[in-house]
Unconditional design. Structure first.
Length: 295
């Protein structure tokens, strides 16, 4: 980031990379469901299986040199946020409805928009304001029909909400460190912090750690950690927190589409309208906006 709240000028393919990263990340929930390990254990293997590839890419990026110590500490702190985010999300999704977990877990979108407003001290106007309204209204339509508020889901809802807050902290820290070091170095350091936390959590909870079928876990490491996180971390310094927050909302839209294709979960007219609204928001956020209004 060059100035507070201002991103580097995005390249031609930067926004496409940001969207592709979020699409890859949206596949993760399905792969966690297919894994024959415990939920936190699947997050542990996601990190462990991705680690050799990430370390090789980081070594190629730096020529074998270690990043500056302050940057390493920030990336490590981001990794702690990410580890607890994954643990809270994976545990919470088993104790509430998928729609509830998606709704509360995606509070990171709203929090990043608020963070972007705080950094720039300006209120969105014009196309940006319309994009924000469409994105959150569309997400509400996508999840509103299956969302259910119940005391039975309280623990899972709170854990999913906590996951969204922790993910916000992870993105903010990674966006900060990306002004100093490359994407693979930042992602490698953050990822290497996660396995001890996730494995300890899985063992304490008595989860099955060793899988019988490695395919879902290998795909999880490839799509979510290497491709998904790799593209997103590469994109971070090129966009404001507002844009990054809104693009996170593509994940529930893709998850709904995947549920229809893979699990026969029917999409009604309201779901389709919600998905179209999120898509329209992603187009509008790229258009020039009016001068922002100072707070």
């Amino acid at each position: 980031m060059n100035d507070a709240g201002r991103a580097e000028t995005p390249g031609r393919w930067a926004f496409a990379a940001l969207l592709a990263g979020n699409i890859a990340l949206s596949i993760g929930a399905m792969l966690v469901r297919l894994a024959d390990t415990g939920p936190t254990a699947s997050a542990f293997w996601r990190m462990m299986l991705a680690a050799p590839v990430l370390l090789f890419l980081a070594w190629r990026e730096t020529g074998g040199r270690l990043p500056p110590r302050p940057a390493m500490l920030i990336a490590a702190a981001a990794g702690i946020f990410f580890a607890f985010d994954l643990a809270a999300w994976h545990i919470g999704i088993l104790q509430t409805k998928v729609a509830n977990a998606t709704l509360f877990g995606n509070c990171a979108s709203l929090l990043l928009v608020i963070w972007g407003i705080f950094l720039t001290r300006t209120l969105p106007r014009g196309w940006q304001a319309l994009a924000i309204a469409l994105a959150f209204a569309g997400s509400a339509l996508l999840m509103g029909q299956s969302y259910e508020l119940s005391p039975d889901y309280l623990v899972g809802d709170l854990l999913s909400l906590l996951a969204g807050v922790l993910y916000t902290g992870y993105v903010i820290l990674m966006q900060r460190v990306r002004g100093t070091i490359g994407p693979w170095s930042a992602l490698s350091i953050a990822s290497l912090v996660c396995p001890p936390i996730l494995l300890t959590t899985a063992l304490v909870l008595g989860e099955t750690v060793m899988p019988q079928n490695w395919t879902p876990l290998i795909l999880l490491a490839l799509t979510s950690q290497i491709i998904g996180q790799g593209l997103m971390i590469w994109s971070l310094p090129r966009f404001t927190p507002l844009v990054i927050g809104l693009t996170l909302l593509i994940q529930p839209a893709i998850a709904a589409l995947a549920g229809w294709l893979m699990f026969g979960e029917l999409l009604g007219p309201v779901d389709l309208l919600g998905g179209l609204m999120v898509g329209a928001a992603l187009v509008l956020i790229r258009l020039p906006s009016r001068r922002a209004q100072p707070i």
